[in-house]
Design a protein around this ligand. Structure first.
Ligand code: F6R
Length: 607
């Protein structure tokens, strides 16, 4: 998730405006920053890795000539956060500059083709193919807008792109597919950006660009064109009435709620990971003598769920281990045949990194799944995958958890394929269902919000909560418990439901809330028994069920219905959403700050 911006000013210099806008987009990523302006038929560029303030201190981002320009703040995906990977990227002749937010899935083959035709690349990014393609098209006689249109026709993936060219120095051309893009219209000036806050101090009039549309910005304003039929689109500006504080969170009251709502997008990004890395990691897993899945907190819950995925799909037994326990539990036995798949959103968690150090000393192979390219974990792992969730500001992990689940399920599926453990029909079905998850999650967030909010109102004063699930849903129960405890300070327990009667059930007294996670999988029949045990002791039964599960509806005091149609191994993704929302609304009801829970930090760098 990067931030892009462009502006055409009637008067004044673009660079300080771009700098200010990028600061307001910094929440989208801060690995590197760059600006390109046009002046007297020349392109001026400043870019470097580091946070905006650091780069500004070194290079003075306000000091570039010209009233037209584009800028970018980067969340590294393809290529580490080095200066040469910072945007804007240019063509061979430094005539065209492009900024991009998104992922070009087929960039490797396109890059190869361009190199064969003599183009010289300076970065490892997917973005750089864009100015080179435009360069070719413009040499064929196309205008900038036509050249961008022809270029995006060749791209698979997601993008919001803005380009300038010295050959047409009076305009910015931008285009969108699946990555956000808005146009801002002021009396004299016009802007394009990944998000409204970028231009909010200058104007509150905006137009949303839709997928498959190209926009030309110039001194007259904006023109929108549909790429497919090349017809002009008329869309009048709307007015946004956000305060600057609200704008930071795109109108949401908290980052946590914003990030819960971003899950359809972050999940879509996990479906665009490069095959070569997924395949490489799968090969390592296939060859391993033993596999440990190691992490802390929420990431550990993703590992626990993944152990069911690997076992059920690929028939691979894995050991999920809490990182802080790894050395004590397995430190002496781990060896050259051991493989650790280490999961860490931040890539900086001290306990997780200590595990890696210990395991590497004993010659084990370390694979990593993280959200932060350039983090320590990416440097110490043999192979790593970036889950591409974009920055997560709320302390409680939400979108990064569901993304971890998506990536881990893809690995399990690939391994199953590689080992020939499941049929083609099953593979196709799972692949199809994986693709559907972002839409399913989007629908569920919308339909569940109100219901969950009401539940939080009703249960806000309860002293303690119990979360139970069987099979893969026991990981969801643990995650639901962690969310509620950490942000609403509600003491909670979670167990595999079958284990509840081996002790914890003694806590139950009339009205004790017990939340059951109940997808319609093989555990459904058995969990009915567990519900009955709790019900008999007067517990208040809250069930999270699949839509139409009349049996459990009739047993429960409250129910939340999930529209899924997903196989068991993928069910944790939609089933955790109402639990995230429940924790959020409970925090609000109990007057806690969900974004900054007491005593916690986003990245725990001490042991
Ligand atoms: C809970 C949460 C923490 C982290 C844990 C590991 O909402 O965010 O439990 O999951 O501190 O962090 P990473 O994944 O960065 O290693």
């Amino acid at each position: 998730m990067c931030g892009i911006f462009g502006c055409i000013l009637k008067n004044g210099e673009a660079a300080p405006t771009i700098h200010g806008a990028l600061k307001r987009l910094e929440y989208r990523g801060y690995d590197s920053v760059g600006t390109a302006t046009l002046h007297k038929n020349k392109l001026f560029i400043k870019k470097d890795n580091g946070k905006i303030d650091e780069v500004h201190a070194l290079h003075d981002l306000d000091n570039l000539p010209g009233r037209i320009g584009v800028g970018h703040t980067r969340w590294a995906t393809h290529g580490a956060p080095y200066q040469e990977n910072a945007h804007p990227h240019t063509d061979c002749e430094n005539q065209i500059a492009a900024v991009h937010n998104g992922i070009i899935e087929n960039f490797a083959e396109l890059k190869m083709e361009l190199e064969e035709r003599g183009h010289v690349f300076r970065s490892k990014t997917d973005t750089e193919i864009i100015p080179h393609f435009i360069e070719e098209e413009m040499k064929e006689g196309l205008t900038l807008v036509e050249a961008l249109r022809e270029t995006v026709k060749q791209l698979d993936g997601s993008y919001a792109i803005a380009v300038v060219s010295v050959k047409e120095p009076d305009k910015i051309v931008c285009v969108r597919k699946e990555s956000p893009l808005v146009v801002g219209i002021a009396d004299n000036d016009v802007y394009c950006a990944s998000d409204i806050p970028a231009f909010l101090p200058m104007t509150n009039r905006y137009v949303i660009v839709q997928d498959g549309e190209i926009v030309v910005l110039n001194d007259e304003g904006y023109e929108i064109w549909n790429i497919l039929d090349w017809k002009q689109v008329t869309r009048n500006p709307e007015i946004v009435d956000w305060s600057p504080k609200m704008a930071e969170k795109q109108g949401y009251p908290h980052f946590m709620l914003k990030e819960i709502n971003e899950q359809p997008l972050s999940l879509r990004n996990t479906l665009r990971l490069q095959d070569q890395y997924l395949d490489l990691m799968t090969t390592f897993l296939d060859r391993a003598g033993e596999v440990f899945l190691v992490a802390c907190g929420t990431s550990y819950h993703a590992c626990l769920a993944a152990s069911y995925m690997f076992s059920k799909l690929a028939l691979l037994a894995t050991h999920p281990v809490i990182a802080s326990e790894f050395v004590e539990q397995h430190g002496k036995s781990v060896n050259i045949d051991s493989t650790l798949l280490v999961v860490s959103q931040s890539g900086e968690t001290a306990d997780t990194l200590a595990t890696v150090d210990g395991a590497k000393l004993r010659a084990a192979t370390v694979l990593a799944l993280t959200n932060v390219v350039g983090s320590t974990l990416t440097r110490v792992a043999r192979v790593y995958i970036c889950q591409q969730s974009g920055p997560e500001v709320g302390v409680a992990a939400t979108k990064t958890f569901t993304s971890q689940l998506s990536v881990l399920s893809q690995l399990a599926l690939r391994l199953a394929k590689m080992r020939g453990k499941i049929s083609h029909v099953e593979i196709e079905n799972l692949e199809e269902k994986l693709e559907q998850i972002p839409d399913i999650v989007e629908k569920n967030i919308q339909t569940q919000k109100e219901k969950v909010k009401q539940l939080a109102k009703k249960y806000r004063d309860k002293q303690c909560f119990f979360f139970l699930g069987r099979g893969i849903s026991s990981a969801v129960a643990l995650e639901g418990k962690l969310k509620l405890m950490e942000i609403a300070y509600a003491p909670s327990l979670a167990y595999p439901a079958g284990e509840s009667k081996h002790g914890p059930i003694s806590l139950i007294e009339p009205g004790f809330p017990v939340i059951f996670i109940c997808p319609k999988d093989d555990t459904h029949k058995t969990i009915v028994g567990n519900i009955m045990e709790m019900k008999a002791r007067g517990a208040s039964i809250i069930v999270v069920i699949e839509k139409g599960d009349e049996e459990l509806k009739s047993l429960a005091d409250e129910y939340i219905e999930i529209e899924t149609g997903l196989p068991e191994v993928l069910s944790p993704i939609p089933f955790v959403i109402p639990l995230q929302l429940f924790a959020y609304y409970m925090a609000i009801e109990r007057k806690c700050d969900p974004d900054m829970p007491r005593n916690l930090a986003k990245s725990v760098t001490v042991r």
